[in-house]
Write a protein that binds this ligand. Structure first.
Ligand SMILES: Cc1cc2nc3c(=O)[nH]c(=O)nc-3n(C[C@H](O)[C@H](O)[C@H](O)COP(=O)(O)OP(=O)(O)OC[C@H]3O[C@@H](n4cnc5c(N)ncnc54)[C@H](O)[C@@H]3O)c2cc1C
Length: 440
């Protein structure tokens, strides 16, 4: 969103080369006949937006958010707030102040203010230090006696986050306005972590925060959560698992995703839909990239003698699946597995990659006992050096499971899901994309 807090985040992400879309409920209001923006920026025109206690609660509904109507006073983040949040953002605040060029207004702005002088004298008597207020104002542009700040500065004398919105755009971010957000799709899916606590903090903690915030937004209708097949369990005797079977995750990641699902079911007051995709592959995915890299180097590994079975879904197919859930009352309060409906052998995937890369890799079957030693070694390395590693005990449990098969009949019946599977072509496109990105 192009809000006061959102715009700096959008700018930083766009600057770092990320694809950013800023979505704003309000308009990109412009001055009219030289007049300030006025009350049309404010939610419910200042008349009815009151708290239960009667305090006017206002915010600017426009590109730039409340920074378009604020009073421009600058306060350093109080220690109490920092402690409560558990995030010390003082260095960032300092940097931002320097970047914006915070100023105090020159004396001419308050020279004739008798009330202020009386306050100063009283404060002095009481021994309270009274300092000039720092402002997000370019004092040279500020007009003496204007006082329109809170209805939008007519002189453009204040810093507003529109500057960050524009900067984000210059780095390639997109802005759409008059576009209220009423659905949220989120993942909260940290797949590697140093320990279980970190994994739960990310996957469950973020989910809980999103739910708590969403519950308070009246216009928000639907939450779609991308969970994971890992929240269920591997299949026994190659029988696909159904959504209503109790989850029995084998990894800490799976457990955290299941806990996140439970948090949604218990706490979400909006319509929610939980999607459990199986292994996702396609442009931008970094997990399958490792397999592509190995095959590209002429190697192809299979762990154990058994050619294990699994489901897959191509990223654009998953997008189609999500679209079926959006605004669909049949999808409300439901959990769905999402796969392309095919059962693949590991060797099918490796062959498709080899074909796409035009390679004839050396096929090596690694005994399970040796693989286990490698996974344990990776785990130990991660613990010793406090690093998130891909090769770890958790991954081992996932890889060594007999099969990961999910039943999608529920999605077929309720959503009308008709997957279009084309592993070979999709793997070819994925390889093309990896090459274009310079990853291969
Ligand atoms: C009159 C006034 C005076 C103030 N004076 C000061 C001051 O002097 N100093 C100071 O530090 N702070 C001041 N503030 C507070 C400061 O402006 C806010 O703390 C700050 O702007 C909050 O930033 P934010 O990003 O959290 O929210 P906001 O700036 O309110 O941004 C929220 C954005 O989200 C958009 N939005 C909301 N719902 C949706 C939706 N469903 N879909 C899409 N977009 C949506 C809104 O339109 C808005 O652009 C003042 C605020 C007001 C209202």
């Amino acid at each position: 969103m192009s809000l006061s807090g959102g715009a700096p985040a959008a700018r930083e992400l766009a600057k770092a080369g990320k694809k950013v879309l800023m979505v704003e409920k309000g308009d990109y209001h412009k001055k009219f006949l030289g007049l300030p923006f006025g009350i049309r920026l404010l939610e419910r025109y200042m008349l009815f937006a009151r708290s239960r206690e009667g305090v006017i609660i206002e915010r600017g509904i426009t590109v730039g958010g409340s920074s378009m109507v604020y009073q421009s006073n600058v306060m350093d983040p109080p220690v109490k707030l920092i402690n409560n949040m558990g995030v010390d953002f003082r260095p960032e605040a300092k940097q931002l102040k320097k970047e914006i060029g915070i100023e105090v207004l020159p004396e001419k702005f308050y020279r004739n203010n008798k009330g202020l002088y009386r306050m100063l004298a009283t404060a002095d008597k009481m021994g309270i230090p009274f300092r000039e207020q720092e402002k997000f104002v370019h004092a040279d542009k500020c007009k003496l006696g204007c006082d329109w700040c809170m209805l939008g500065c007519p002189e453009n004398a204040r810093w507003t986050t529109r500057e960050h919105v524009e900067e984000a755009k210059s780095y390639g971010a997109e802005l759409i306005f008059n576009a209220p957000v009423n659905k949220i799709l989120f993942n909260a899916g940290k797949t590697k972590a140093i320990n279980a606590e970190q994994m739960f903090k990310a996957n469950v903690g973020i989910t809980e925060k999103i739910i708590a915030a969403s519950n308070k937004i009246s216009e928000l209708r639907q939450i779609i959560n991308l969970s994971s097949q890992a929240a269920s369990r591997p299949s026994v005797n190659n029988i696909p698992v159904k959504e209503d079977e109790p989850g029995a995750p084998v990894t800490c990641y799976g457990k955290s995703k299941l806990s996140a699902e439970e948090a949604i079911k218990q706490k979400c007051k909006k319509y929610y839909t939980i999607i459990r995709p199986c292994s996702i592959y396609g442009c931008g995915d970094k997990d399958f990239l490792q397999l592509f890299k190995l095959v590209n180097r002429g190697l192809s590994f299979q762990i154990g003698r058994k050619d294990k079975l699994l489901n897959m879904i191509y990223v654009s197919e998953l997008c189609r699946f999500i679209e079926l859930c959006v605004n669909n009352p049949s999808a409300y309060y439901q959990t769905f597995f999402a796969t392309d409906g095919q059962v693949y052998k590991q060797s099918d995937i490796l062959s498709a990659i080899a074909k796409a890369l035009n390679k004839h890799p050396l096929k090596i079957t690694v005994p399970e006992s040796f693989a286990k030693a490698v996974f344990y070694g990776g785990d130990l390395y991660g613990h010793l050096f406090h690093k998130e590693v891909v090769v770890n005990k958790e991954k081992m449990k996932e890889i060594l499971a007999d099969a990961w098969l999910a039943d999608i009949s529920k999605a077929r019946n309720i959503l009308g899901w008709q997957p279009i599977a084309n592993l070979e072509n999709n793997i070819k496109d994925t390889a093309k994309c990896y090459r274009a990105l310079g990853w291969l």
